[in-house]
Ligand binder design. Structure first.
Ligand code: ADP
Ligand code: MG
Length: 748
């Protein structure tokens, strides 16, 4: 389709931004709006707020300061005036002329020297005047004006986009296909697609401005709903399709029940019973199970999974457990072997990890292939080593492996065999709406109860200066026969290439900048220093200020903790050493384990009662919660000590306070999600979280719920309320959306 203003060259630039069709361009929404109908008056502005102002250019100057060229623009309304400043902005010289009208948008600060306000680094637009064409004036003056992120260079600006989109909307007027059934839209009081697109770009007069800024106008809601609906519809269909596939219908007779009962070391909690009930009910069905077992750290997922695996084994099948790290695989292996000693079936348990030597790997592979091993525990190696199972019945897999891996389980079974059941476990307490939606193609079981006999973990923040008290405390606990972890953010030295260096990525994170120097300098220079972050870079912000596991292991061993038995564990050690260290810690031979976050997930040593985290302000909330979950696993009182340096960013503060305030993983997860957004929240982007073009999983949770309901309804009654033409368009849109956008979310 020909779009006015888009030639081959521009098309190329757009394609680089993922905009390939006219429709893509229409779904590139303004990221904010300016109310040029009711502009703000300069005298009502307050320091600290971010505001949009329309005013007249009075004058400008380029000042030479120590921090670089500083561009100052003076704008005014009647008798009020205000300055706008930009750093390193020589390029602005000559851009403004007295008498022009400009729209500026930015943060206001109180000027140091006077009571006046200053706008810092605003975005700006010189508004069209009588000499400009009528159309430009129409789109930019005296109305609510959309502001777009630039799509490239100084050509595809906000102004350019307004025009192109304006024409595109005109061109397509009356010709835009509705992709949602009309009855559905009516039920939810949402506008049709064309209306929504038009209004979201050019809001009609009188649209409440607050609704626009929060993306909650009916037009916004319609487009968000649309996107979420097609996500949910796809997930729902996948789930249905799975139910039509041929899996294994496991039996649960007395023999099977006895096989489980004889190995259970304790009474399961009500939640564990319920979860196992749900899992076993799935396993009995002929369709393959795809279920998510969600439970906070320490809620006892492992034993539930083991029970499910015993059901498979008692039915004459093999079961596989895939752990995220070698340490965990080894720990599960040892625990399973011990537990199954009591089993009258005596299933053979086999470990398969990448670091085993080739002979052992080959031998284990053979046992798996011949069906001599019933329970196989391993890492990714299970897939990478192309192990073919004799009769695979159940795969238990850690959440981290889920995306992109489930497909490949097919490699693990012999051709022609039924599909194994799959249980995905996650220790991330994902807020329920999100879990239901993101893992919409999985059924969900939740362990919402901790095993009995746990005492709450006492969590304290302690400044670095009190380190000696902390080490004394560790000594005391060890003196009482307990064990401790001490965790550092980096392995060694000062470099930045450490695998465990996994800080949360908020840009404001880490160490706050020191206050500006108070020495006597020229006013201009001081201004520059105050506002120019580069001028303040002397902060000890670099990674070099961090204590590391290796260094501190030496220091503690020879200093404050001398005489205690210390061990060191980090990701760069080879697998054998790691295993030996873990075993020694398990057996209590190591009393204090100095480590990085390799111990984060799943490590289970009930006698450990102290978790010390140094540089706690550098860790993400989910990480801190996981780390704390390593203690409080036995009956003894446990402690989590979060040590911090002198400077903690506001976000860091918030995280630490939350840790002290609550131990509830779901509460922390909600907070974490709000602070970081889903991409960061789930760890890495590649985790397969869909990237939306208009929706946000944090902001739009209610719409997500509605979309899920409507999708389920649509599938359940085969779109009965829609016309055949509407159904066809839903199908077409679904296909396109999934092919183009959610290629990653493949559940196999
Ligand atoms: P998760 O994997 O969910 O973090 P684990 O399965 O490692 O939790 O269990 C945590 C600890 O609680 C383990 O020491 C486990 O043996 C113990 N545990 C699990 N279930 C129970 C129970 N019902 N009663 C007592 N202890 C339990
Ligand atoms: Mg576990």
């Amino acid at each position: 389709m020909y779009v006015r203003g888009v030639g081959p060259r521009v098309a190329e630039m757009l394609a680089a931004k993922g905009i390939q069709t006219a429709e893509d361009l229409l779904y590139h929404l303004p990221f904010r709006y300016e109310d040029r109908q009711n502009p703000r008056s300069l005298d009502e502005l307050k320091p600290g707020e971010t505001a949009s102002v329309i005013a007249e250019v009075r004058g400008s100057a380029l000042l030479r300061t120590r921090g670089g060229p500083l561009f100052e623009l003076t704008i005014g309304q009647g008798r009020f005036a205000m300055k706008c400043v930009w750093f390193h902005a020589g390029y602005l010289e000559g851009k403004f002329h007295a008498g022009q009208t400009v729209a500026v948008y930015g943060r206001l600060e109180q000027s140091r020297s006077s009571r006046n306000l200053k706008m810092i680094q605003p975005q700006f637009e010189v508004l069209p005047d009588a000499s400009d064409d009528a159309e430009t004036r129409l789109l930019e003056v005296g109305r609510i004006t959309p502001v777009y992120e630039s799509l490239g260079g100084n050509k595809l600006t906000s102004r350019w986009q307004r025009k192109v989109i304006f024409h595109l909307l005109e061109q397509m007027s009356g010709r835009m296909d509705e992709c949602l059934p009309r009855p559905l839209l009516e039920r939810l009081s949402l506008p049709d697609r064309e209306t929504a697109l038009r209004q979201v770009h050019f809001p009609p007069e009188g649209t409440p401005f607050a609704q626009l800024q929060s993306w909650s106008t009916p037009a916004h809601r319609r487009l968000i709903f649309e996107e979420l609906f097609f996500l949910e519809l796809g997930l729902e269909l996948k789930r249905r399709r799975m139910k039509d596939r041929t899996g294994i219908a496991f039996a649960t007779n007395d023999k099977v029940r006895e096989a489980i009962r004889e190995v259970l070391p304790f009474h399961p909690t009500a939640a564990q019973k319920r979860a196992l009930g749900e899992i076993v009910a799935d396993m009995r069905q002929p369709a393959p199970m795809r279920r998510l077992l969600q439970g906070d750290v320490g809620s006892g997922k492992t034993i539930v999974a083991l029970q499910a695996m015993l059901v498979a084994i008692a039915n004459g099948y093999q079961a596989a457990l895939m752990a995220p790290t070698e340490i965990l695989a080894t720990q599960h292996f040892l625990a399973a072997r011990k537990l199954l000693e009591r089993s009258s079936h005596k299933p053979r348990v086999v470990l398969l990890t990448g670091s085993l030597d080739d002979d052992r790997k080959r031998a284990n592979r053979g046992q798996i292939n011949r069906g001599e091993a019933q329970l196989v525990i391993g890492t990714h190696a299970l897939i990478e080593e192309k192990v073919e199972f004799d009769r695979l019945g159940l795969v238990v897999v850690d959440e981290q492996h889920r995306f992109g891996v489930l497909q490949r389980f097919k490699l693990m079974k012999k051709p022609g065999q039924a599909e194994p059941d799959v249980l995905v476990m996650t220790a991330t307490p994902i807020p329920r709406t999100l879990a239901l939606s993101l893992y919409g193609d999985l059924d969900l079981s939740v362990l919402d109860e901790l095993p009995p006999g746990r005492t709450p973990i006492v969590t304290r923040r302690v400044p670095d200066e009190r380190a000696d008290d902390v080490w004394d405390f560790v000594r005391k606990q060890v003196g009482q026969g307990r064990q401790a972890y001490i965790v550092y953010p980096v392995i060694e030295g000062t470099k930045d290439d450490q695998p465990e260096l996994d800080f949360s990525h908020d840009p404001e994170d880490g160490v706050a900048a020191p206050p500006p120097p108070r020495k006597k300098t020229s006013r201009k220079a001081r201004t520059a220093e105050l506002f120019n972050p580069a001028a303040q870079e002397a902060s000890p912000n670099g990674k070099s200020g961090l204590k590391s596991a290796v260094d501190m292991y030496e220091k503690l061993r020879t200093g404050p903790l001398s005489g205690l038995r210390l061990g060191l564990l980090h990701g760069r050690m080879d697998a054998d050493d790691k295993e030996v260290t873990m075993r020694r810690f398990h057996r209590g031979e190591i009393q204090v384990l100095v480590a990085t976050t390799v111990i984060e997930v799943g490590v289970d040593v009930p006698n450990a009662t102290v978790m010390v985290v140094e540089h706690a302000e550098r860790f993400g909330l989910a990480q801190l919660h996981q780390l704390r979950g390593r203690v409080g696993r036995g009956a003894a009182k446990s402690y989590c000590i979060l040590m911090t340096g002198p400077r903690v960013s506001p976000i860091g503060e918030e995280r630490l306070n939350a840790m002290v305030r609550t131990q509830n993983g779901f509460e922390l997860a909600e907070l974490d999600l709000e602070m970081r957004g889903p991409g960061e929240f789930f760890g890495t982007r590649q985790a397969g979280i869909p990237e939306f073009r208009v929706a946000s999983l944090v902001r739009d949770r209610q719409l997500l719920e509605a979309a899920k309901q409507e999708a389920a309804r649509f599938v359940a009654d085969a779109g009965a309320e829609a016309t055949e033409a509407e159904r066809a368009r839903v199908r077409a849109q679904l296909k396109e959306t999934w092919q183009r956008r959610y290629g990653l979310v493949e559940a196999g």
